[in-house]
Design a protein around this ligand. Sequence first.
Ligand SMILES: [Zn+2]
Length: 217
Amino acid sequence: MSKVGGRKSYSPVLIKECGEGMVDVKKTLPRVVVLLDKDRPDGAAYLRKTVAAMLGRALKKLPPGMTFVIRDAWRPAKVQQDIMESFVVRFRRQHPGWTKERAKKEAQKYVANASGVMASGHMTGGALDVRLWKNGKRVPMRSWKLTYQENAGPYQPKLPKHLQRNREIMYRALSEVGFSQCHNEFWHWSYGDAQWAKRTGAGVAIYGVVETPTKSR
Ligand SMILES: [Zn+2]
């Protein structure tokens, strides 16, 4: 990333698909809880093989009794489009004065495109939405006193200290194994996708969009 005239600018990201297959996380990492917050035909969480292996390494870095809960992993294009539309509706409901264009602009900060080079990392199998569970219960990481946007930011000084500590546990485990965190969403992490290539400065992504989760052998 470089700054031109005070504005952030990025070099274009190239995608060199490596062809790696995906695995079903429920089968490869049975300790990880899969609780997708969007409907899927089979309820399975698919990730690229390397990404699932990285998650397995991160799992070992968590304190005893703690595990990850996956709220989303690979995502088909249709679901990506539906999410964008639901965000526009949500923001217009929360801000009745906003035009549809303003709500869409706000939604685009949180929801990636469903096509093109910068299509959502979820569509590549390189990205996942993740939180922590301890002894079968959700580990709290957001405050009900803050807005969606305030809670979403990874560095939120308004968050009570105990919630910040919970986020730090997740941050440490995932970043130490090579995942990169989305700047707008503390729960969204990726490796190998275009957003990862942009954030880390790698420049070349190894995972492009995959229309059907092909199983890795
Ligand atoms: Zn995500």
